[in-house]
Design a protein around this ligand. Structure first.
Ligand SMILES: Nc1ncnc2c1ncn2[C@@H]1O[C@H](COP(=O)(O)O)[C@@H](OP(=O)(O)O)[C@H]1O
Ligand SMILES: [Mg+2]
Ligand SMILES: [Mg+2]
Ligand SMILES: [Mg+2]
Length: 345
């Protein structure tokens, strides 16, 4: 790889390649059927796919960029087992490598960068998706009975959905410089495209400050106000914030990455989540990609989060994102003060 390419662009190009490999790991774990679900906390789970995808991303990036501070969601005791050699990716996406680096990022050093990794965003939807891969209804029912995450209401909605909610799953790699997300990758392992009659799995969307987004073509916002929000982590405050938006429609989907994709694809115009459940790894890459496309992601007070390595992990004051500044200000104004106060406490 040419070292004349500025560091941020090289790191983004490497992240695009490694996210795609991590996405394959996510699919492979699902195909084997041994999800290895571990409960980290209330409504907070981890699977073998989360653990393995993170190992692949962190090992690949830290081998090439040893002084970059890489923070992953699934940090914990290091696994003893050796990493398969094909999990270490040293390739870098050629299209991204040829991008013009914004002038203010030209001289960024490894020490100035913090990378936030969410190896699998939408873990609830991933584990529920496993059910839909069981073709035999009796097998599916047995799996449901032993599944820790699914209520009967969800089971029924799953049966109505075509392919479960696997499309909501993303791999997120966010690159921040001096507290600010400047570049990011959102990879969708279960996005399907047909090419010459052949099914291709996965697509990778990237964003770079001042350059724009790649990997897909953003669509204009919908004509009426459509809000996207959580489908698996709601609570009374979250619902209150949705009520005040006066939206024509509310779309409940999994993952912070997928909700930002809903905004970029013209399926919704505002993402509202008045809860402290999301963390920095959930929003770093989505914020970078959204802002590169002209959108804005902040907390529900309208303040940007900071992404330095010493910042606390939770996004305590919620998430509010919109496709443009005008819709973002509309949403900030609509949120009642008592709700802002409740999250700021
Ligand atoms: N109450 C809560 N507890 C734990 N994690 C939460 C949470 N609310 C949101 N999150 C995390 O924020 C991300 C987006 O959530 P949602 O899909 O509900 O919008 C998910 O990331 P992960 O799937 O990577 O863990 C989810 O776990
Ligand atoms: Mg998680
Ligand atoms: Mg996440
Ligand atoms: Mg995750």
């Amino acid at each position: 790889m040419s070292s004349s390419v500025p560091l941020v662009v090289r790191l983004l190009a490497s992240s695009v390649s490694v996210a795609s490999r991590a996405g394959k790991i996510v699919r492979d774990v699902m195909s084997k059927g041994e999800l290895g679900i571990v409960e980290k906390g209330k409504d907070d789970y981890q699977t073998e796919a989360d653990r393995s995808a993170q190992r692949c991303i962190v090992a690949s990036l830290s081998a090439q960029y040893p002084k970059v501070n890489i923070i992953g969601e699934e940090d914990g005791p290091e696994s003893e087992s050796e990493l398969p050699s094909d999990w270490i990716i040293s390739e870098a996406d050629k299209e991204v490598l040829s991008l013009e680096c914004p002038v203010n990022l030209h001289s960024v050093k490894e020490e100035d960068i913090v990378v936030w990794v969410d190896p699998l965003d939408g873990t609830s939807e991933y584990t529920q998706g496993a059910l839909m891969l069981k073709r035999d209804p009796w097998e599916r029912w047995k799996m449901y009975l032993t599944h820790p995450l699914i209520s009967i209401k969800w089971y029924l909605s799953l049966l109505q959905s075509n392919y479960g909610f696997l499309e909501h799953v993303t791999v997120l790699i966010g690159i921040s410089v001096n507290d600010k997300p400047v570049a990011g990758v959102i990879h969708q392992p279960y996005y399907k495209t047909m090419l010459d009659g052949e099914k291709i799995m996965g697509r990778t969307i990237w964003g770079l400050q001042e350059v724009g987004v790649g990997g897909f073509t953003p669509a204009p916002p919908p004509a009426s106000l459509i809000i996207t929000t959580t489908r698996s982590h709601s609570n009374p405050l979250v619902e209150k914030a949705l009520q005040v938006m006066n939206a024509g429609q509310i779309v409940r989907v999994g993952g912070a990455g997928f909700k930002v994709l809903q905004l970029l694809e013209g399926k919704a115009s505002i993402y509202v989540f008045a809860s402290s459940g999301c963390k920095k790894w959930d929003t770093c890459a989505p914020e970078a990609v959204l802002s590169a496309a002209g959108g804005k992601l902040t907390d529900i007070l309208g303040n940007y989060y900071k992404y330095g390595g010493a910042e606390s992990r939770p996004n305590k004051t919620g998430v509010l994102a919109a496709v443009n500044d005008e819709l973002h200000s509309y949403a900030v104004k609509r949120i009642p003060q008592e709700l802002k106060d409740a999250l700021s406490k």
